[in-house]
Write a protein that binds this ligand. Structure first.
Ligand code: AMP
Length: 513
C-alpha cells in the first residue's frame, strides 16, 4: 500500500506536498519521494524512511516549482524494499515523465517481457511501477508527433495503458513542460480523489489517495476520480478529464475500510469512520450468537483502528467500553519490521496493558483484522498475565485466508493463521476462550450501508479468494509467495537505512547524487 499526491498550484508546492505526504504517512513508512516541476526542469528528492527523515531543509529548498507529485511507499507483495524502488520514477522520453503509483500490477512479468522484446525499453528495477511508467511513456510516444501535446493524446495513451495493464493502479504523473496527469484502474481498486482551491489567480488542483489530504491542505474535496477515468491539469491550471475505459465498474478494495485508510477520510462516498461503526454494529450480532451476553464484563479495543467498531459494538450490546492498552505512539507500525523476531519484540514495546481493566474480568477484545495472529497471541498473553478471567477476541473483518495481490502487503497462505484452520483451532492457537469473526456479507453490508447503498460490490479477495481482475491463478500465487520467501528479497529489505537520492532532471541539467 502506498500514498500518492499531486498538486498544480499558483505558488511553490514543496511545503504542500510535504504536508500531504505527512498526512498520508499511515499508507507507507518505507520510503518517501517528491518531484516538483519548475519550467522544464523536474527536481526530485527521495529516500528510505519516514517523510520527516527523508526531507531536510536543504532538500525542500531544491524542490522548486508550482506543481509536483509525492509518494509514500509501503512494500507490496513480492517486492523488496530498496532505494531503487522508491518513487516517483522518472523516464526521459517522451518529454520527461515522472510517475507515482499506489497498487500492484498482476501482469508485470508479461509487461516487462513485452518491454524488452517489443517496446525495446529497459526496466531497471523489480518494481511494477517502473513498468507501468514505461507502458505509459511508450503509448504516449507512439501518439505524439513533434514537441506538441494535448489532452486527447494523453487520454488515448491512458486508454492503451488500460488495455495492456492488469491489476490495481491509482497514479499521479507529471509530463515536463505540460502538466499533471492522474488516473485510476477500471475497477477503482485503489482510491484517488480530486480537490480544488480558489485563488485570485485561478483554481489550484490536488489529487490524493485520501480526502484527508484535501482537508489538511485547505483544498475543497470535489469528487473521487472514477474507475478508468483520467484527468490532466496543465501547469497553467487548465483542467481536462475523460473516461478512458469502455467498461469501467467500481469495485473498491474493502481492506481500505477494514484497516488502511484514516477514519477521517471519505473514499468513494464512504466515510471510513462510518463504515467501521457499521462493522461494530454488525459484529455485535455475531458476538451475541456466539457468546452468552452476560458472560462479557468489558469491551476493549486493540488500538488504533478497531476503536470505532469496538465502541459501536459495546453500545449495541449495552456493555462498558474501556481503553485497556497504552500505545507508545513513537514506535512505527510493527507490521513493517523485517523478520518475525523484531516483530515479536516490537508488539511488546508498542502496547502495554492497563492491568486494572483486565484483572478478574471476562474481556472481549476487538481487533480490526487478524492476519498472522502474531500480534493477537502476544496481546492475549499480556491480558492473561494481567489476571483476566476469560478472554474473547472479535475481529471486525472475516478470516484473512488468501494473499492480497492488489497492493496490500499480506503474508503467504502458510503464514496466515486462518488458512486451513477452524475457528476453534484459531482460538486455541491464539489462546482465547472464543474467537468471533465478522461474516463477509456483514462486512460488505457495513461498507455498503455507509455508501448509502450506492456501492454493493467490493474487492474482497483476501477473504474469499475471488480476484476481480480474473487473471489470478494458483500458479501466480505460488510464484508470488516464492518471491516473498526468497532470501534475496529478505536481504534487500534488510538493506541500509539512510539512502537518499537527489536528481535535477531537465534540459541541459542532470545530476545524480
Ligand atoms: P497479525 O495478525 O499479527 O499479522 O497482525 C494483525 C494486525 O496488523 C491487525 O490487527 C491490523 O491492525 C494490522 N494489519 C492488518 N493488515 C495489515 C497490513 N497489511 N499491513 C500492516 N498492518 C496490518
Amino acid at each position: 500500500m502506498c500514498g500518492i499526491v499531486g498538486i498544480v498550484a499558483k505558488t511553490p508546492v514543496n511545503q504542500l506536498l510535504y504536508d500531504g505526504l505527512l498526512v498520508l504517512q499511515h499508507r507507507g513508512q518505507d520510503a518517501a519521494g517528491i518531484v516538483t516541476a519548475e519550467g522544464l526542469t523536474l527536481h526530485m528528492h527521495k529516500g528510505q524512511g519516514l517523510v520527516s527523515d527523508v526531507f531536510r531543509t536543504r532538500n525542500m529548498r531544491s524542490l522548486m516549482g508550482n506543481a509536483g507529485i509525492g509518494h509514500v511507499r509501503y512494500p507490496t507483495a513480492g517486492s523488496a524494499s530498496s532505494l531503487a524502488e522508491s518513487q516517483p520514477f522518472y523516464v526521459n522520453s517522451p518529454f520527461g515523465i515522472v510517475l507515482a503509483h499506489n497498487g500492484n500490477l498482476t501482469n508485470d512479468k508479461q509487461l516487462k517481457e513485452d518491454m524488452y522484446r517489443t517496446d525495446l525499453r529497459h526496466i531497471n528495477t523489480n518494481s511494477d511501477s517502473e513498468a507501468l511508467l514505461n507502458v505509459f511513456a511508450h503509448e504516449l510516444s507512439r501518439r505524439v508527433k513533434g514537441p506538441q501535446l494535448n489532452a486527447e493524446t494523453i487520454f488515448d495513451a491512458i486508454a492503451a495503458v488500460h488495455d495492456r495493464v492488469k491489476g490495481a493502479y491509482a497514479v499521479v504523473a507529471m509530463i515536463a513542460g505540460f502538466g499533471l496527469v492522474a488516473f485510476r484502474d477500471p475497477y477503482g481498486i485503489r482510491p484517488l480523489c480530486l480537490g480544488t482551491h480558489e485563488t485570485p489567480e485561478g483554481l489550484e488542483y490536488i489529487v490524493a489517495s485520501e480526502s484527508v489530504a484535501h482537508d489538511v491542505l485547505g483544498f475543497k474535496f470535489e469528487r473521487d476520480i472514477a474507475p478508468g477515468e483520467a484527468v490532466f491539469v496543465t501547469f497553467d491550471g487548465e483542467f481536462y478529464s475523460k473516461q478512458c475505459h469502455a467498461n469501467p465498474v467500481l469495485v473498491p478494495c474493502i481492506f481500505e475500510h477494514v484497516y488502511f485508510a484514516r477514519p477521517d477520510s471519505v473514499i468513494d462516498g464512504i466515510s471510513v469512520h462510518e463504515a467501521r461503526l457499521n462493522m461494530g454494529e454488525n459484529l455485535a450480532d455475531k458476538v451475541t450468537a456466539v457468546i452468552p451476553r452476560l458472560d462479557i464484563d468489558v469491551v476493549i479495543p486493540i488500538p488504533d483502528t478497531s476503536r470505532d467498531s469496538a465502541l459501536q459494538l459495546a453500545n449495541k450490546l449495552g456493555l462498558p467500553y474501556r481503553e485497556g492498552f497504552m500505545k507508545n505512539r513513537y514506535i512505527g507500525r510493527t507490521f513493517i519490521m523485517p523478520g518475525q523476531a523484531s516483530r515479536k519484540k516490537s508488539v511488546r514495546q508498542k502496547l502495554n496493558p492497563i492491568a486494572v481493566e483486565f484483572r478478574g474480568k471476562n474481556v472481549l477484545l476487538v481487533d480490526d483484522s487478524i492476519v498472522r495472529g502474531t500480534t493477537s497471541r502476544q496481546i492475549v498473553q499480556m491480558v492473561r498475565d494481567c489476571g483476566a478471567t476469560k478472554v474473547y477476541l472479535a475481529s471486525a473483518a472475516p478470516p484473512v485466508m488468501y494473499p492480497h495481490v492488489y497492493g496490500i502487503d499480506m503474508p503467504t497462505r502458510a503464514e496466515l493463521i486462518a488458512t486451513g484452520r477452524t475457528d476453534q483451532q484459531i482460538a486455541d492457537e491464539i489462546g482465547v476462550d472464543a474467537i468471533i469473526y465478522q461474516e463477509l456479507d456483514a462486512l460488505i453490508d457495513a461498507c455498503s450501508k455507509a455508501s448509502g447503498g450506492a456501492i454493493t460490490s467490493f474487492e474482497t479477495s483476501c477473504f474469499d479468494g475471488k480476484y476481480i481482475t480474473g487473471d489470478i491463478t494458483l500458479a501466480y500465487l505460488d510464484e508470488l509467495e516464492a518471491k516473498r520467501l526468497s532470501p534475496l528479497s529478505a536481504k534487500a529489505s534488510d538493506a541500509a537505512e539512510s539512502h537518499l537520492l537527489d536528481m535535477n532532471i531537465g534540459v541541459g541539467e542532470q545530476n545524480l547524487l
